[in-house]
Design a binder for this molecule. Structure first.
Ligand SMILES: NC(=O)c1ccc[n+]([C@@H]2O[C@H](COP(=O)([O-])OP(=O)(O)OC[C@H]3O[C@@H](n4cnc5c(N)ncnc54)[C@H](OP(=O)(O)O)[C@@H]3O)[C@@H](O)[C@H]2O)c1
Length: 261
């Protein structure tokens, strides 16, 4: 009897870090599902790597539903690794940028994680790609106090993210204690989410491991040509999240080491 090949799913993987994460997972012996919102680009990237492709736009709940239905049909045994990598860093700062960024980077991760929860196998790893740019001290003392990871619920965290967008729209984000960065705020949300999910799923018999990770500043379309790291190093930092002990209290890592946020 041959051993079952572990199954990994990566979001936003037609280019950049997501694509390289797929390559490294494949090389580690995973069966990989590369997902992307643009089917043609995703399919071409998957073909080049010799991995599977499924369409996924993390902003579209119906797209998440279709992915989950397809996974149930094609891979009824479930997932061993999920890397929530899709993200945007848009130029400028206004209500539209705030809304798109928070919806993609924070709610996109939440939608995917909640969608795939029933499909996770025992010992599964969920790696949420965040960023060290998402530092809590960007927030006012009052907002930081509301981000109490012991008591905050996921619903309250989502409400905070929506509040940021509403405050930017109303032109009052500064007085409300938010920074002038939609990207940084959305990534504070992602890192907080890893902590809340870890707490909420602690008693799940499948021993679900959830970490947020930072790839470092990487030379991709997003990071630009001056980034400090090549894409291989950045992707390796993301996958170092697979080696974090499940009982480690710290839930935000870079290069396999706890990082500040
Ligand atoms: N590069 C860095 O220095 C750096 C640093 C810290 C954290 N990160 C994080 O690392 C992750 C990957 O970044 P990257 O540098 O590889 O960026 P990238 O080169 O800009 O690639 C971003 C990927 O996300 C996809 N994406 C965007 N919106 C999506 C949506 N609604 N649904 C599905 N996919 C979507 C993009 O697809 P399209 O091709 O269709 O646009 C693309 O495949 C992001 O979460 C980013 O915040 C990057």
């Amino acid at each position: 009897m041959t051993a079952r090949q572990p199954l990994a799913l990566v979001t936003g993987a037609n280019r950049g870090l997501g694509l390289e994460v797929c390559r490294q997972l494949r090389d580690r012996g995973y069966r990989v599902i590369l997902t992307a919102r643009q089917a043609e680009r995703g399919r071409a990237a998957a073909e080049e790597l010799g991995v599977e492709f499924l369409p996924l736009d993390v902003r579209d709940p119906a797209s998440v539903d279709r992915l989950v239905a397809e996974l149930r049909r094609v891979h009824p045994d479930g997932l061993d690794v999920v890397v929530a990598n899709a993200g945007v860093a848009l130029n400028g700062f206004d209500a539209n940028v705030a809304e798109t960024t928070v919806d993609t980077n924070y709610f996109g991760v939440l939608r995917v994680v909640e969608g795939v929860l029933p499909l996770l196998r025992a010992g599964v790893h969920l790696v949420l790609v965040s960023s060290g740019v998402g530092q809590r001290d960007l927030l006012s003392a009052e907002l930081r106090a509301r981000l109490d990871l012991g008591s905050l619920t996921r619903t309250e965290l989502s409400a905070l993210m929506r509040q940021f967008v509403a405050d930017v729209k109303a032109g009052r984000h500064r007085e409300a204690g938010w920074p002038g960065t939609a990207y940084g705020t959305s990534k504070i949300g992602v890192t907080a989410l890893a902590h809340l999910l870890t707490r909420d799923l602690a008693d799940d018999p499948r021993r679900i491991d959830i970490v947020a990770v930072c790839p470092g500043w990487v030379r991709t379309d997003m990071g630009g040509p001056n980034g400090e790291r090549d894409v291989e190093t950045g992707a390796a930092s993301i996958l170092s999240g697979l080696d974090v002990p499940r009982d480690a209290p710290h839930r935000f890592y870079r290069d396999g080491a706890p990082a500040n946020w």
